[in-house]
Design a protein. Structure first.
Length: 832
């Protein structure tokens, strides 16, 4: 559906807005309206890629039949690869050069389509080998890099061939008449014959600008002649050196025959079209149309006339005429190419008015480093764009935003993330600042260089005091000149510019303030003329009568060396920034892994040391706890030995008393052993919890406490009905006995035990009015071997918490010294 809508939209109607919708720069009949221009191709390729993304995400665990998957992969590659190879054939490289935006408008759609084909094929190939149908991040990055590399290589190869083709067409046009130019010239001659004779340069400009010759961007020279064949006015679109004798003869012939004359002549640049037309009122007009060739230097000030050529990057080729050389092979039929380093050189013989000469063509392929840095930047941009398209498709899925937020929130607090972001920001922020500063510096240097050249010209003109003869000075310095008086344009070096006033009649306000008010001697200002920008230099000068003037001149717009230097340095800064950012991410990952490994080793060592210390502490505690009962046992045995040999003592009474004490100490040793065993058991080794009637256990334990100590008042609430929870009955009794015993030993006189259900939990709450626990001690009460009393193993509460947590419950204790303690035991409720 989306592709159908794309095919129905008239994208070509946007060609005046952007070049990507202009069929002159890209057109292919391969898919009809979907490949009618670069914009439509980009939208189509993006939709195809997003469809592949959606298919893979919708069924991440898809398992096709191996045969079907293999056939699908073969069909996808068999159709997609030839289609991609045909995409590049629709590229239409302009003769004025390629901008970065135009290059990307060709490369990005090709990359997106190749990525869709290769990702879909990889997905099906995995299933053909019996693996799950999904694409990992690593595989996606590799496939994306391969797709970008193929797109770059294919585009470089295609544009290089097209540059050679443009150069061959340029040189071939020097040796024959361009039929299309001849037809347009005849139209112009017909129009001139029906119009009044042009009497000035302005009239000639109007005639040329209104013609199809101008629309087709053919360079031409127009001249106006009187009835005697004397020149009246001349207008040249570009600097030319015509054969003046041939032009005069054609003019005289047209005046004599009263008929238009159109013929081809040999000029300095090869074959040219010469036409002359007489006017009924007298006089004639001649038109010399030159071939569209880079031999004809473009007018660097064409923007002043509203005829600025399209802005582009480096010219696709350079051509020059040179003398014949026996060491260079060349003929008149074709261009012979050979490569020298990073340049392609071609030669062909052509005929000119000076005889046969050699047309030499050079195509700069740029160094491997220059192509490599541009390729890396484009590859990274391609991968970023592919990721953004994936993210755009994923955002439409339910729950993706929440999943992304959780993952980001989890990752952002990790040590790896913090180190990565810190190193990335540490490099990228200064790199971006340096890139911005470098761009401004390069632009500033470019402007300063142009300003210096203009001001040198203005100083030379001012030194000659040629204010009344600006046209002569302009011809000598090959620069248009403007003279301002009292802030307004007084005169120019060209009557055409005087009539057009391309920058307006008044001085720019900033220049007027600087030169008129601030008293500066020079200034510069960049004026916008249509789609072009032209730098003007201004200089305050004094005329012969000490009149104050401001002399102005524009800077040349054809300084390709400065433009290329600025672009190369800008590209280098951009490459360094991108490479540094990637290096920061890579190094941060390595550093994070290394530090994480060191931390893990440190953690293992610390845990080992803690285990050693814990076992040592445990051994000391065990020895201490065992030693205490052994002392009474030893003393009792010694007492029995003495009593047996002493007839004065009642041996039976002594025996009974010591046996009772020894058995009590043995029971104490057994309790110590069970406590250490429980505390030392791993949670997984403890038996699982079962359904227990907690109310019955609590009622039983409280009853035992009531029989044991009559000084403590026990109150039980909520145990009148069964309360089932997950626990173990015997362990539950031990837990309650330990909690109640702690209350009794704390000197409590009243203990309240409450049992209740709350939020699928069974809660046992114990409150006493004993001595309480000091705030300084309270955080340590669950530590093993810690006790607030001089007796006991210190494992009671530690074992209690271990058992309760093994059942899936919790225990919490709050206390206030001198006011009592509150113990909460929370157990998971169960249904018997």
């Amino acid at each position: 559906m989306a592709l159908a809508i794309t095919a129905l939209v008239p994208w070509n109607s946007f060609s005046n807005t952007s070049r990507i919708f202009d069929p002159a720069y890209y057109f292919s009949q391969l898919a009809g309206p979907l490949t009618a221009n670069a914009g439509a191709l980009f939208i189509s390729a993006a939709l195809i890629l997003m469809a592949v993304y959606a298919l893979i995400r919708a069924r991440p665990e898809t398992h096709w039949s191996r045969i079907y998957a293999a056939v699908g992969a073969v069909v996808t590659l068999g159709i997609g690869i030839p289609f991609a190879s045909n995409i590049v054939r629709g590229i239409g490289q302009p003769p004025w050069g390629i901008t970065a935006g135009l290059w990307l408008s060709w490369e990005i759609p090709l990359f997106l389509f190749l990525l869709a084909v290769l990702v879909a094929s990889y997905w099906m190939i995995r299933m053909a080998f019996g693996r799950a149908g999904f694409v990992t991040f690593r595989a996606a990055v590799i496939i994306g890099s391969v797709s970008a590399a193929i797109a770059l290589i294919g585009l470089w190869s295609t544009t290089s061939r097209q540059r050679m083709q443009l150069a061959e067409e340029d040189v071939a046009g020097l040796g024959h008449v361009d039929d299309y130019a001849l037809q347009l010239t005849r139209r112009l001659v017909t129009t001139l014959s029906e119009s009044p004779p042009p009497e000035s340069r302005s009239d000639l400009l109007k005639a040329y600008a209104a013609s199809d010759v101008a629309a087709a961007e053919y360079p031409a020279s127009l001249n106006s002649w009187d009835v005697r064949g004397k020149p009246i006015a001349e207008f040249e679109v570009a600097p030319t050196t015509p054969d003046s004798a041939a032009v005069i003869n054609a003019v005289l012939e047209s005046i004599a025959t009263k008929q238009p004359v159109t013929k081809s002549v040999l000029g300095v640049t090869g074959v040219q079209i010469l036409a002359a037309v007489s006017h009924p009122t007298g006089g004639a007009t001649s038109v010399l149309v030159l071939p569209r060739t880079r031999l004809v230097t473009a007018n660097p000030y064409a923007a002043l006339l509203g005829m600025a050529p399209p802005s582009g990057g480096d010219p696709p080729y350079a051509v020059a005429l040179t003398d014949l050389s026996p060491t260079v092979r060349a003929d008149t039929t074709r261009v012979r190419w050979h490569r020298i380093g990073n340049e392609l050189h071609g030669d062909r013989l052509i005929s000119t008015c000076a005889g046969t000469v050699r047309a030499h063509v050079e195509i700069d392929l740029r160094s491997l480093w220059a192509r490599g840095e541009r390729g890396v930047i484009v590859l990274l941009f391609d991968l970023l764009l592919a990721g953004l398209l994936w993210l755009l498709g994923a955002l439409t899925e339910k729950g993706f935003i929440r999943w992304l937020r959780v993952r980001v929130a989890k990752w952002i607090y990790t040590y790896h993330a913090r180190l990565t972001l810190a190193l990335f920001a540490f490099f990228v922020i200064p790199a971006i600042a340096f890139a911005v500063w470098s761009y401004q510096r390069l632009r500033g240097d470019d402007l300063q260089t142009r300003e210096a050249l203009v001001h040198e010209t203005l100083r030379a003109v001012a030194a000659g005091n040629e204010y009344t003869q600006l046209s002569g000075a302009a011809r000598r310095f090959e620069t248009p000149l403007f003279l301002y008086s009292n802030g307004l344009l007084d005169r120019t070096s060209d009557s055409v510019l005087d009539g057009l006033a391309p920058t307006g009649r008044a001085l720019p306000p900033a220049v007027e303030l600087r030169l008129g008010t601030a008293g500066e001697l020079s200034a510069a200002w960049e004026s916008t003329l249509g789609d072009s920008k032209l730098l003007f230099g201004y200089s305050a000068v004094l005329g012969p009568a000490q009149d104050r003037y401001i002399l102005a001149a524009p800077a040349r717009s054809d300084d390709l060396v400065l433009d290329r230097r600025r672009r190369d340095l800008g590209m280098l800064v951009l490459f360094a920034t991108a490479a540094g950012a990637l290096a920061a991410l890579w190094l941060s990952g390595i550093a994070a892994k290394r530090l994480a490994r060191d931390l893990e080793l440190s953690r293992i060592e610390v845990a080992r040391a803690e285990r050693v210390l814990a076992w040592g502490e445990m051994a000391r505690q065990v020895a201490h706890e065992i030693k205490n009962p052994l002392t009474p046992i030893r003393l009792g045995v010694q007492h029995l030995r003495r009593a047996r040999s002493d007839p004065r003592q009642n041996f039976d009474a002594v025996l009974n008393e010591n046996v009772r004490r020894i058995l009590a100490e043995i029971d104490r040793l057994d309790e110590i052993a069970r406590s250490f065993s429980r505390y030392g058991s791993a949670p997984a080794d403890l038996p699982p919890a079962v359904d227990v009637d907690v109310a019955a256990v609590v009622k039983d334990v409280v009853g035992l406490e009531q029989m044991g100590d009559r000084k403590v008042k026990w109150q039980l609430r909520g145990a009148d009905r069964p309360a089932w929870a997950l626990a173990r009955k015997d362990e539950m009794r031990d837990v309650l006995l330990n909690v109640f015993e702690n209350a009794r030993l704390a000197g409590a006189r009243q203990v309240e035990v409450t049992l209740r259900d709350e939020d699928r939990r069974v809660i046992i709450e114990t409150r006493d009015d004993g001595s309480g626990i000091s705030p300084a001690v309270l955080p340590r009460i669950f530590e093993p071997h810690f006790s607030t009393r001089t007796t006991g193993s210190g494992l009671g509460l530690a074992v209690t918490r271990r058992l309760i947590e093994a059942w899936g419950g919790q225990i919490a204790i709050t206390s206030e010294e001198g006011k009592g303690t509150r113990v909460l035991i929370l157990l998971s409720r169960s249904e018997p």
